[in-house]
Design a protein around this ligand. Sequence first.
Ligand code: PRX
Length: 648
Amino acid sequence: MQEIESVLKENRRFEPPAEFQSKARVQSFAEYERLYRRSIEDPEAFWGEVARELPWMRPFDRVLDWSGAPVARWFEGGEINASAVCLDQHLETERRTKTAILWEGEPGDRRSYTYEEAHVEVCRLANALKARGIGRGDRVALYMPMVPELTFAVLACARIGAIHSVVFGGFSAQSLRDRIEDGSCSAVITADGGWRRGKVLPLKAVVDEALDGLGGVHTVLVVRRCENEVAWQPERDVWYHELVASQSSDCPPEPMGSEDTLFLLYTSGSTGKPKGIRHTTGGYLVGTYLTARYVFDLREEDVYWCTADVGWITGHSYIVYGPMANGATQVLYEGAPNQPHPGRFWEIVERYGVSILYTAPTAIRAFMRWGDEHVEKFDRSSLRLLGTVGEPINPEAWMWYREVVGGGRCPIVDTWWQTETGAIMITPQPGAVATKPGSCTLPFFGVDALVVDEEGNEKGPNEGGYLAVRKPWPSMLRGIWGDDERFVETYWSKWPGMYFAGDGARRDEDGYFWIMGRVDDVLNVSGHRLSTMEIESALVSHPSVVEAAVVARPDELTGEAVCAFVTIAPGVTAEEALGDRLKEHVAAEIGKLARPAQIRFTDALPKTRSGKIMRRLLRDIAADREIVGDTTTLEDFSVLARLRGNED
Ligand code: PRX
């Protein structure tokens, strides 16, 4: 089998801004290298020291036991409670009265909580769950809008040792049902509804549908958010505010074993049944605590905002656990980025003086498309660090993020990681590592990442291959719920002792990582294996193009031909001549072999609810096949209908 060829050329390089560097946690490349080397050469000493910064209820006996590989055991013998790490430890310090959450609903309503107030909310809810018979080891599904109660629910489960399984509030009844069933959940926490683009998402009604005829769930706890009408099953359904009101705010945290399961989070992958990724307590907390602290260079006075939903791993690790373990002040926003106007995010940045912003390339490209004026209207001088996550960011979007959003002042941390890795794995230390647009740069402490060939041999500089990780890390997944075989087969069977991430990547001459997307998204033109992401980057570098998705279409001559779905900038006309110009542009940027055989203009691309382009569906459309397989994670079904027949 052939390797993946990398064709992306990008030579811009930005040193950490001097002002940022002078105050950063890691202030020079030499310091990063020293810490990194130590973390790799003596991981147990490194992680043991970090772990001791957390409030253990019983100290651990041993840092790592890898004898049961690929299932790692971190900090065994130790007892800790995740909600106490995020809340109780701060109550002994000046952070007691510090703001934890600055929340804004989509309609504009606002609430805020100090650490002390959040602690009371979580304890009451934890007692309410106990009153309904929920305890250690029980699985609780959370299907909620982005309201503070979602964070409280996560932490209340953790407090009593129940395992939370958050299902993003945009999933269908069927997807929710599958996840409740797979995890044998006994309770669901939801809301009457949530606001999205000015409309009420009827969450409780979806829960009712999901539970129809399904046994096992004895309690549905319902937050009153939108006051929309809901059906009611008096035995099963309880109003959150009613149940919580009568509860005591005294609820001692349950001492949890370091390797006890903290949560399940389902990830769909590109095919097959969703996998319930299982994360445990001690290692996950250590990983999210340290990455949040170093990658975002978190300081006491920062106002941090991660725009993800708590329903994704990004929200688990970098809204709930990482920032709160560090006692950060953070913004939480319920709604859409363009509601009621395309400048909503920047209005929020101005209002709260956000200093650290963490968002996704798909959002960045949407803002590019909506126009700079919506960004520039608001004061962004409080920003000092920008982050991105979720997919490869094309250099054009990276440059726009840097120049327009950050005014050229802020370092960008492009963070590569996965639901499975639990915490950020590859990313620049913002005060120490120079950045290059489109590269997630270098591994975080303790992460022994590399690029290998089919046989597991390390590739040379600028050769494309598979991204792999050699050593265990504390926040790694411990399994797939109920399917240990699939866990081993999916992640650990390609090469002995190495984690297979499923992504293509290359390292450049400086050792920087350039992620080329999922290996399933590679196409093969005349025997050259090309990453779709690199061709997309070339397309987006043309001023008329805002977003592009490239897939393979069967071709008699070349095996596969490049078919590109392209969204163009406002005011540009979709015409054959433009299609031809774009084909030539790609040929000039990359080479003739990457020249698209077909360009299709579209006003939107099919995406998952977390913003990933569903290339699987586009492959079917490009090949004129019936769409097969699961479409339940698609965000906007009308996109598919519009895509068919839009040929140049
Ligand atoms: O393909 C990589 C891409 O997203 C995948 C993981 O998706 P998920 O489990 O949903 O987690 C997303 C949030 C961590 C990866 O295998 N990905 C994520 N971050 C990046 C990325 N690709 C390139 N650059 C990134 N920074």
